[in-house]
Design a binder for this molecule. Structure first.
Ligand code: ATP
Length: 403
């Protein structure tokens, strides 16, 4: 459809970036990026109409996103010569606008395009040796100033390297080291660093990227307190296991996996010093408060649950773990080396927290109790009492399987 529309528009259209890369790597990728050599917003509006989708756009960047009825997203960008302003990085020859568009990108493996106009539908456009790099499993930048232009590309290089099991190319690696020597990270906003860290922390495998960031000095460049040590590394390895176990059980959008790894890289940093990290990441007051709460509840609950001698009743487990956000509960699970504590946490996650009590505020009202804050307390007490009777004898199903 988009290709035919390009023809009607009298323009050229291409699918670019990660979608093409993943196509050649035979990996699934549902996000499609289109580049058109015309007004991308007008194009996106028309495409949305044709495909019964919605459109959102960014006038300033001349980009738009079409959201199809099934939820698929198609990003549409405008490739026009007049938008490119990197004289230092560009050779003097004039390039076609698709070539310029691809040249601005992060790595050769992301700089492939497929022409989608009907006349040459499916033609692969490869100006920079991208196919060779995909074959050689190499992450390579397009020009020597790439990391100067945008140091977050260093984190992106590591993310792709680890995800695809590629290697950062020799010259590119020297450029990474140079950029770090030049202290380019100090100029990066906390917001951009956090954005890239979140992307790394939501990959299926995280430890490899964290170790690589540490090896190259990226973590220290972000903040010296973040340098990896053995205990952090061990906990992060265990976090990976706990998170994939949990992901197999539940699909809960409200849990932010990145926060768990964030706790991992900050493990052992004292309360007064962690402020420096929050500031480096430009956390808002709300984000700060959230992390302070997370760390405090973990500290409190971990202290309680790990010091336990003898068996804990379901209600006691619930009392200790329910004030902790789920990210924190998973963190405690990764940190503990005691199987019994892992078992308690597994029991809490798979059962206790999900038990509902068949009593509501209305029932209490019917009993003649005056509505007020005591309701919450009463309902909580009732839940605790119920847990001990419901859950009795079901222990065997809460085995956390260790890899
Ligand atoms: P993923 O599979 O993680 O979604 P992707 O390659 O699709 O990877 P996006 O972050 O969605 O990555 O970016 C889309 C495209 O935009 C990339 O393929 C890349 O060409 C380009 N891009 C993204 N970020 C940068 C950047 N910082 N510098 C240059 N190009 C970038």
């Amino acid at each position: 459809t988009a290709g035919q529309m390009a023809e009607e528009f009298g323009t050229e259209a291409y699918v670019v970036g990660g979608f093409v890369r993943d196509l050649l790597l035979t990996r699934n990728n549902l996000d499609m990026d289109l580049v058109v050599e015309a007004d991308g917003i007008a194009f996106a509006k028309k495409l949305a109409k044709k495909m019964s989708g919605r459109v959102k756009y960014h006038r300033k960047f001349k980009t738009a996103v079409v959201i199809l009825p099934d939820g698929q997203r198609i990003d549409v960008a405008t490739a026009r010569l007049e938008y490119y302003e990197y004289p230092a990085a560009l050779p003097t020859v004039e390039l076609s606008s698709i070539k310029m568009d691809l040249y601005r990108r992060d790595f050769t493996v992301n700089a492939l395009a497929v022409h989608i106009n009907p006349s040459s539908f499916g033609t692969l456009v490869d100006f920079f040796g991208s196919q060779r790099d995909l074959k050689d499993k190499t992450i390579r930048v397009l020009h020597a100033l790439s990391f100067v232009e945008d140091p977050t590309r260093i984190m992106r290089a590591i993310r792709f390297e680890q995800r695809f099991n590629f290697k950062i190319g020799g010259q590119t690696l020297s450029l990474v080291k140079n950029a770090l020597k030049l202290n380019l990270f100090s100029k990066l906003s906390g917001y951009r660093i956090v954005h890239e860290l979140k992307l790394i922390f939501t990959e299926a495998e995280v430890l490899g990227s964290i170790k690589r960031m540490n090896e190259l000095g990226v973590l220290e460049a972000i903040h010296p307190l973040l340098a990896l040590n053995t205990s952090r590394e061990q906990v992060i390895a265990e976090l990976e296991r706990v998170v994939s176990w949990y992901n197999l059980l539940y699909l809960e959008p409200e849990i932010s996996i990145w926060k768990i790894y964030f706790l991992g890289i900050c493990m052992g940093i004292s309360k007064p010093k962690i402020e420096q990290i929050y500031n480096r990441f430009s956390f808002s007051q709300t984000e700060k408060r959230e992390f302070v709460h997370l760390r405090e509840t973990i500290f409190w609950a971990a202290g309680n649950i790990m010091n336990i001698r003898g068996e804990l009743r379901p209600s006691e487990i619930y009392k200790i773990l329910s004030p902790v956000p789920l990210e924190g509960v998973l963190f405690i699970m990764a940190r503990t080396t005691r199987d019994i504590v892992k078992k308690y946490i597994s029991q809490y996650l798979t059962n206790l927290r999900l038990q509902t009590v068949d009593i509501t505020g209305d029932d209490l009202k019917a009993l003649g109790l005056i509505p007020g804050p005591q309701y919450t307390k009463l309902l909580y007490e009732t839940k605790l009492a119920c847990l001990d009777s419901i859950v009795k004898g079901k222990d065997e199903q809460f085995n956390f399987v260790k890899k």
